[in-house]
Design a protein around this ligand. Sequence first.
Ligand code: GDP
Ligand code: GDP
Length: 454
Amino acid sequence: DSDRLLLSDEWDDDGFAPAEHALPVLAVVGRPNVGKSTLVNRILGRREAVVEDTPGVTRDRVSYPAEWSGRHFTLVDTGGWEVDVAGIESKVAEQAEVAISLADAVVFVVDAQVGATASDERVVELLRRSGKPVVLCANKVDGPAGEADAAYLWALGLGEPRPVSALHGRGTGDLLDAVLDALPEHSAHGTLRPEGPRRVALVGRPNVGKSSLLNKIAGSERVVVDEVAGTTRDPVDELVEIKGIPYWFVDTAGIRRRVHQTSGADFYASLRTQAAIEKAEVSVVLVDASVPLTEQDTRVISQVVDSGRALVIAYNKWDLMDEDRRPYLEREIERDLVQVTWAPRVNVSARTGWHTDKLVRALETSLESWDTRIPTGRLNGFLGELVAAHPHPVRGGKQPRILFATQASTRPPRFVLFATGFIEAGYRRFIERRLRETFGFEGSPISISVRVRE
Ligand code: GDP
Ligand code: GDP
């Protein structure tokens, strides 16, 4: 069948976090050893090698695409998150808090054989405060004899405990049915929801000035307390009105409460960062202009790019900038930020409030790029001229031709090229460069994938 379009493996995956973030998010929380990972594996049908993780090595992946009875959702697994033995209760609570903030509904796992512990009670408190739907999983009920243990968990005040054996699969079907009842159709964090104020994340390594900037912005402008129609509000998000336009600043609880610099803080910081980025449409990555750029800074920038969100880079503490440092800074930008030359860079001072207006304009620019759609006619006109003037190099006597292109989606813009053969990475980058030169896309990652017509 010569008309069949085949996905070229090479470009099938554009590396962006998939659109699954618009799917409802289910988090599995509970203290260590209650059976979270076992349950997650069962839900995923063991498609993911969660169990093979080496103890002590933190898993970087926290969410998985999952399906039950034809409903798709994103499963957030906290089972592999590192927990220090010292201060274990606060760690459990902290993990749970991050997971809950990510979730649209929560499965709270308790070991029915042990019963509710003080750690469990703390998580119950967080769950209550979150107001999110909770399904209580009374795990390790391996047989009918354990049902009585499960019944004790009514005392937690979270409704009916569902007796489950994650290990043997007993009761997991009923549990998942209850989960589907609790899960909303779409995620409250879904990036595909067009309505409501834009969602902004302030991210960056510790001490770059995130909380100072948030205070400056929220403090100098009117903070809107009442609800804006049509928005679901997460208590960790703050609605801030700037020049008459409301924005959600997401996950601000993590910014406002100083996270203790204990071991593992890096890990939590990075989880929070990821959560905030995915919840937001645009991220402002703060870096400290007064000191050299660090690997941690560029890692956060990569996180934003990889999740396909709009990006603004803010060089903070500009009031501390020594003129002698200027040339070094320029060199760092050329060397370390070469992959993101498309991102607007704004020099600001959270201390004095200098240039925060520019920052807001950059946010708007990036969001606009993120939303941009190039009509198919214009896109093909542009591509036709480009390809005629700069054809793909001949390889092995063959020259792949680009037949047609379309923009498959916005937020971020994704382009699909239909071609007669393999398109080299270098040529693809060339097309991306020209796309940007022609259409802008300042502040937004874009992806180009190729489908090869056989
Ligand atoms: P997590 O730390 O909450 O992710 O817990 P794990 O999934 O790693 O499970 C901790 C231990 O409890 C493991 O030894 C599991 O085999 C065991 N376990 C998990 N679910 C069950 C269950 O339903 N019944 C029994 N008897 N053991 C279980
Ligand atoms: P966070 O950890 O990213 O939230 O950083 P903070 O907002 O707590 O700031 C860390 C430190 O940097 C604090 O002592 C701030 O006062 C200081 N700081 C933040 N922004 C600026 C700035 O623009 N200029 C100067 N001079 N100091 C700043």
